[in-house]
Design a protein around this ligand. Structure first.
Ligand SMILES: C[S@@+](CC[C@H](N)C(=O)[O-])C[C@H]1O[C@@H](n2cnc3c(N)ncnc32)[C@H](O)[C@@H]1O
Ligand SMILES: [Zn+2]
Length: 286
């Protein structure tokens, strides 16, 4: 799943079928009944109450029930992200995220983007079910092409996932809905969160006038997770410097939210500082 070309549609459908036991009907959830199971037959998912969801020809399924948000990642941003991540600069970060997952049987990621981190976790846990969720259809097409079960879902609207069934839930540089994360965790499950720190890409941001990282992210994270009954079980600061080519720097800038803002462009190779906190959250012992 790592570094291979697009997998055939049969493999994508197989991945979705294996993840199906984790999925819950979003329509029934909106009407007040949680955890109504979905079953897959052919290229549709359906619940016992007659709600049907077609699998797209690229192998993902839309369970969001809404259109694409205006600020969803564009194909151009995703091309840049694919190139940058494949170049290996963030490999130490992916390794830390994967190690923080432990040895799960059921993995999921909220805001998985193109699925690069989730694919790494799946590769490290052969036989585990891996479910990627994101609001961006173009991102999920790419996640599905990696062989990950890929579901369009808005984290804020509630995850289309059965309660208590995820052993490791990843959230890497993506929106967090702590209540939902806590709800879907299995009893011994964990949430693995990666949050950029103030020093993350600080030199590059200062030089090019890029968006700032909110300085209080760690405190806000602790508040959010604590409020949902989750406690910190471990943390690791992944901090390193990396020499990047001009193309890598261009892709790094183009793959994130700066793509939507005015800024200067890099004009030569340079060294970046990566500073990301990988934290692990488990249910508070009672
Ligand atoms: C910075 S990207 C990170 C993607 C991926 N985790 C990675 O690091 O490669 C943030 C991701 O969150 C997704 N996202 C934004 N709002 C979301 C929401 N409300 N629900 C689910 N995903 C969302 C975006 O589409 C995007 O793929
Ligand atoms: Zn239903």
């Amino acid at each position: 799943m790592i570094g291979q070309g697009p997998v055939p549609i049969a493999q994508r459908l197989d991945a979705l079928g294996r993840a199906c036991p984790l999925l819950a009907c979003p329509v029934c959830a909106r009407r007040g009944t949680r955890d109504v199971p979905l079953a897959m037959s052919g290229r549709t998912l359906h619940c016992p109450h007659g709600h049907v969801f077609d699998v797209a020809r690229q192998g993902y399924v839309n369970l969001s029930g809404t259109g694409q948000p205006r600020n969803a990642d564009t194909p151009r941003m995703l091309d840049a992200r694919d190139r940058f991540l494949a170049s290996g600069v963030y490999e130490p970060l992916r390794t830390a995220v994967v190690e923080a997952c432990g040895t799960p049987s059921r993995l999921a990621e909220a805001g998985c983007g193109t699925g690069w981190y989730l694919a790494g976790a799946a590769a490290a846990n052969p036989g585990a079910t891996a479910l990627g969720m994101d609001v961006s259809v173009p991102a999920l097409r790419r996640a599905a092409a990696r062989g990950l079960a890929s579901v369009v879902a808005d984290t804020w609207a509630g995850l289309p996932v059965c309660s208590g069934c995820v052993d490791a839930l990843l959230c890497v540089f993506a929106p967090r809905n702590a209540e939902e994360f806590a709800r879907v965790l299995s009893p011994a499950g964990r949430v693995v969160v990666a949050t950029p720190q103030t020093a993350h890409l600080a030199g590059l941001r200062a030089m090019l006038g890029l968006l700032d990282v909110a300085g209080d992210k760690t405190e806000r994270l602790a508040e959010q997770m604590g409020g949902a009954g989750l406690e910190l079980a471990g943390r690791r600061l992944v901090e390193f410097e990396a020499a990047c080519t001009l193309d890598q720097l261009r892709d790094l800038v183009a793959m994130g939210p700066n793509a939507f803002h005015e800024h200067a462009g890099p004009n030569g190779p340079g060294t970046i500082t990566v500073s990301v906190l990988v934290s692990v959250w488990t249910r508070t012992a009672r």
